[in-house]
Each structure stands twice: as structure tokens, then as C-alpha cells.
Design a binder for this molecule. Structure first.
Ligand code: 13P
Length: 255
């Protein structure tokens, strides 16, 4: 992390976990443990948990995020949620292009780009996820894959809008597998992402972008990952569902 240049952000991505009552319980446990955090603390929760989550986090330093958003303001899009709905619910962050959406729900760079632009236009903060598959890493094309995703997902996003973008580097082979990228591997790709951003937006703008690592990040490995210059935070799945583990990662970001 380089806290002089950019904000550290630790965000939980709860995925399809926790009912509203369970969400309330978990956030109530997390809140006192992270109350003195110097970094931004975010919980991205399932849609039906949003109302309870926003209520439970009133008066705390925990911000609430959603796990996706549609690009249209309204209309015949069964099962989708608009940015206006999220804003009114009190959401501040939206996860976009998560590999699970790309893998299981037909998300493409084109739809990630549309969603990202809509989220930014609505004044919400976008957490845009990129990352390579295992065989792409083995084929030696990690940088190509990630650069392509960054360029396409941020197409037509202005330098001003970039201020509300967080990039989450999530190597797909590290998600939910217990296989964390080494701190060296994480830094290698996060610094490469910053170089791609610098080509697109200039060095100063790129230096201001928070780049998170995600993929089996936990209380045991967070400190080492976060010690790297270009790893400015984490997007945490499994460990964000356990208050003490999530709080320990937040503490590692504070150190
Ligand atoms: P895990 O931390 O469970 O590997 O999930 C990472 C992730 O996908 C966060 O978005």
C-alpha cells in the first residue's frame, strides 16, 4: 500500500451468503471491531440484505456495497437491479465484473463496461474485478488478459470518473480455492495494472487508483500482501463472513 497516494480499501464480498437477519448479526459483530480503522471498510452484500445492512451500519464507519448493477435506469429486465434502486437503498459501492459473474452468468467485458459506466454516472463507486484463469497464467498471457479487461471494462470512463473506480485484481485460480497468489505475484500484476492505467490516464491519475487483491485473502496472509506498494486493499470472500477474520484483515491494513 502507498497510503500517501491513495486510500486503502478493505471490502467484503459476501457473494450468495447470509439472510437479512444473519447479515444484521454479522455486521453488528464487525462494527465494534473495525471502528478505529484508518482504511475504508466496505461490506458488499446480497440485494435483499441491503436495507438491513445500511440500517445496521448507520453511525458506523462501514460502507455498504452491492454485488452488481444493471446499466439501464429501468425497464423490462427481469431479475436486475438499477443504480437508482441501489442509491435510494443507501449503497455507496458496487462490485462489477466479478469472475463468478463472468464464469456462470455470461458477463462479458462489454456488459461490465456498460454497468461500470452506469454506476459511475449515478455517482456510486465501482469495484471492477479483473483477473486471469489458471490456464491463461500457465500460457503466460496474464498481462495480456488483464490489460484487455482493464481497457475494455473502462472504455469511455473519464479521468474524473476514474476517481470513483477501484480495481480488484482477482486471479480466478485463487478464488475460493485456498490458493493465494504470493505477495510477489499479487504485486507483479497490481503494478502492471497501474502501468496500464498510467498509459490510459497518465501517471498521476493512475497513482491515485486503489488496486485491491482478492483471492483467498485471509487474516494470516493479509499483512504480507498489503505490504506491497501497489496492493492497496483487499476484496475478501470467505474470510469476510467471519467477523474476527475480517476485522484482522482491516487491522492489517491499518498497520
Ligand atoms: P475468497 O476470498 O473466498 O477466495 O473470494 C475472493 C473473491 O472472490 C472476492 O470477490
Amino acid at each position: 500500500m502507498n497510503k500517501t497516494l491513495r486510500k486503502a480499501v478493505i471490502a467484503g464480498n459476501w457473494k450468495m451468503n447470509k439472510t437479512p437477519s444473519e447479515a444484521k448479526e454479522l455486521l453488528t459483530q464487525i462494527a465494534p471491531l473495525v471502528k478505529d480503522a484508518q482504511c475504508e471498510v466496505v461490506a458488499c452484500v446480497p440485494y435483499v440484505d441491503l436495507a438491513v445492512a445500511v440500517e445496521a451500519c448507520k453511525g458506523t464507519n462501514i460502507k455498504i456495497g452491492a454485488e452488481n448493477a444493471h446499466w439501464e435506469e429501468k425497464g423490462a429486465f427481469t431479475g436486475e437491479i438499477s443504480t437508482g434502486m441501489l442509491k435510494e437503498a443507501g449503497v455507496e459501492y458496487v462490485v462489477l465484473g466479478h469472475s463468478e459473474r463472468r464464469q456462470y452468468f455470461g458477463e462479458t467485458d462489454e456488459t461490465v463496461n456498460k454497468r461500470t459506466k452506469a454506476v459511475l454516472k449515478a455517482g456510486l463507486k465501482a469495484i471492477v474485478c479483473v483477473g486471469e484463469l489458471l490456464w491463461e497464467r500457465e500460457c503466460g498471457i496474464t498481462e495480456e488478459v488483464v490489460a484487455r479487461q482493464i481497457k475494455l471494462d473502462l472504455f469511455d470512463v473519464s479521468a474524473e470518473e476514474l476517481k470513483n473506480v477501484i480495481i480488484a485484481y482477482e486471479p480466478v485460480w485463487a478464488i475460493g480455492t485456498g490458493k493465494t497468489a504470493t505477495a510477489y505475484q499479487a504485486e507483479e500484476v497490481c503494478s502492471f495494472i497501474r502501468a496500464v492505467l498510467a498509459k490510459l490516464y497518465g501517471k498521476e491519475a493512475a497513482d491515485g487508483v486503489t488496486i485491491q487483491y482478492g483471492g483467498s485473502m485471509n487474516d494470516a496472509n493479509a499483512a504480507e500482501l498489503l505490504s506491497k506498494e501497489d496492493v492497496d486493499g483487499g476484496l475478501i470472500g470467505g474470510a469476510s463472513l467471519v467477523a474476527e477474520k475480517f476485522a484482522a484483515i482491516v487491522a492489517a491494513a491499518n498497520a
